[in-house]
Design a protein around this ligand. Structure first.
Ligand SMILES: N[C@@H](CCC(=O)N[C@@H](CS)C(=O)NCC(=O)O)C(=O)O
Length: 216
């Protein structure tokens, strides 16, 4: 089968989720790195009209939106299934992914991770402490709710590693590297989950580039 071409900005947690899924499936792929400024170009918008990353090309097939890409990768390649088979676990998996896309990324990670890690490391920016402080209630809510839903489970959708872990791990690993995330996660089951998931070869093979890793 032909390789998957992944278009993305190195360090993007959404792109990393796609790379983790490809690694888990042992699927052939290569990354086509984009500079942040290239996302709104006419050329890239032919692949992703909304100008975000990631997007993929697999042969003639093109796809954007991380959830859709993850489900496509799980269906298109052999290898361990990344989606559970029972209705409850599927519900939990989709719920966690929804929390990421609607609350955790836009209201929390996009602010705290950008201000603490991405902005200083890539753009020499000083963190906006007011913006970080304003995002803290949502950070507590999102991480607290994911911790509650995880409960005593080993993974976000129950006992098996799934697309919920694939989607959430890159976001929460970045957050855990900020003082705010570290303090909220301290002593939680979610912290233990992160440590467990971070040891997977797919996570280790897809670490963010050096400046972001160092900042983290
Ligand atoms: N809904 C999109 C969100 C992707 C997203 O927001 N990616 C960020 C990078 S992590 C991005 O492209 N940011 C550029 C921008 O906001 O202009 C998905 O699931 O793929």
């Amino acid at each position: 089968m032909s390789e998957v071409v992944v278009y993305g900005v190195p360090g993007s947690p959404f792109m990393r989720s796609v790379l983790i899924a490809l690694e888990e499936k042992h699927a052939p792929y290569r990354v086509e790195p984009l500079a942040p400024g290239a996302l709104k170009s006419e050329e890239y918008r032919r692949l992703h009209p909304f100008g975000r990353v990631p997007a993929i090309r697999h042969g003639e097939f093109q796809l954007y939106e991380t959830q859709a890409i993850l489900r496509y990768v799980d269906g298109a390649f052999r290898g361990p299934a990344l989606q559970p088979g029972d209705a409850e676990s599927i519900g939990r998996m989709n719920q966690a992914i929804g929390i990421n896309d609607w609350y955790l990324f836009p209201q929390v990670a996009r602010v705290i991770v950008f201000e603490r890690i991405v902005g200083p490391a890539l753009f020499g920016k000083t963190p906006d402490e007011e913006a970080i402080a304003a995002a803290l209630p949502d950070a507590r809510l999102c991480l607290g709710e994911l911790d509650r839903l995880l409960g005593r489970g080993t993974h976000l959708a129950g006992t098996e590693f799934s697309l919920a872990d694939v989607q959430l791990a890159p976001q929460i690993e970045y957050l855990a590297a900020t003082p705010e995330g570290e303090s909220i996660l301290a002593g939680t089951a979610l912290r233990t989950w992160l440590e467990r998931v971070a040891k997977r070869p797919s996570m280790r093979a897809t670490l963010p580039p050096e400046p972001l890793r160092r900042a983290a």
